[in-house]
Design a protein around this ligand. Sequence first.
Ligand code: RFL
Ligand code: PHB
Length: 388
Amino acid sequence: MRTQICIIGGGPSGLLLAQLLHRVGIASVVLERRSRAHVLGRIRAGVLEWGSVELLRLAGVGARMDAQGHVHEGIYLASRNKGFRIDFKKLTGKSVMVWGQTEVTRDLYEARDAAGDPVICGVEGVAPHDLDSDAPYVTYTLDGAEHRIDCDFVAGCDGFHGPSRQAIPAEVLREYERVYPFGWLGILSETPPVSDELIYANHERGFALCSMRSDQLSRHYLQVPLGDRVEAWTDSAFWEELRRRIPTESAEALVTGPSVEKSIAPLRSFVAEPMRWGRLFLVGDAAHIVPPTGAKGLNLAFSDVHYLHDGLTRHYQGDSRALDSYSERALARVWKSERFSWSMTTMLHRFPDGGGFAQKMQDSELAYLEQSTAAQTALAENYVGLPF
Ligand code: RFL
Ligand code: PHB
């Protein structure tokens, strides 16, 4: 088989890239290791920057988001069970959209079907070849049969554990990493959200986050030690601990119920440079990971998609300059989001070796934020998303 762009990975970045390319007449094939049901069953991101919202509209998959998503004009930050609000709309003129990654992915799969280009799911042994030549190709196995796709370029949209990043020679690849000494225990429950906007809470027992998916679906997280096992956390233990960490009036209003999903995710900051090698482009989690505290992972994947889609479109129109500068353009934004995600994580979590000094720094940073419009504006402009 021959195509223009072979996309490895049918997560949100691979699917959105395929859809945007389709809209400008560039052919692609998406290869996904898992089943469609597995990809659609993963509970992940919940907050879209406005740039991501507009990119989804541009891709022609914004209708359900616009009808059912919730526009949020601010968030609450809390310290020692007392909250205050950051008003994004007033400070930056922008908002965010609360609309789950699961829903975004579902719409993108359906758009691939409608285009007559369904994602090839369940592939094994995907391997890119000759990436430093003019004739790259990708091989894989499906139902025991070997396949080969010849292409102009390969887009590595295969997440943190995929094969694309590994295809870059060790002497070229530079990796920067910070692993945090705790994880997030998340639950999804069919209960109304405790607040009209998200609550990010700093507490001496650890961080907590109250988020949501809809009027009847809540998503909550607790900072937990790395060694904790999800089976050891009963629903009632979760709710009790959440109540202790969030603002008092929210704890009193909290409606609890059985969890419909529960999982623990480790927290990590990671960047791989460069994001291009030969005819391979890394996109999204394949190139970088952020801790979820800034709600940036999916949004950063989408900004990479924006740069790559723009570069490829111009390349096929005869101008390769934007494609040639993909890595530099994408990384400039990646590092700013890494910085924001790291600073939100540092400000809001309890670090095991932090001691009294770290706690005083957090207290004074939150007090400064509560009082200073300048500090709030800096947080707000990063949270709603820096321009592409
Ligand atoms: P994905 O979603 O990991 O998709 C990669 C796809 O590649 C497939 N794959 C392969 N396919 C073929 N052959 C192989 N050898 C392959 N190896 C892997 C995988 O099966 C998969 O389908 O990466 P992508 O597309 O770059 O998207 C990135 C986002 O998923 C991720 O950044 C966000 O979910 C991060 N994230 C959040 N981001 C936000 O912007 N806002 C949030 O509020 C937010 N909350 C979160 C999050 C991530 C979380 N977890 C569990 C990681 C909350 C959590 C708890
Ligand atoms: C979520 O709703 O899953 C969510 C929201 C905000 C974050 C992280 C996760 O910062």
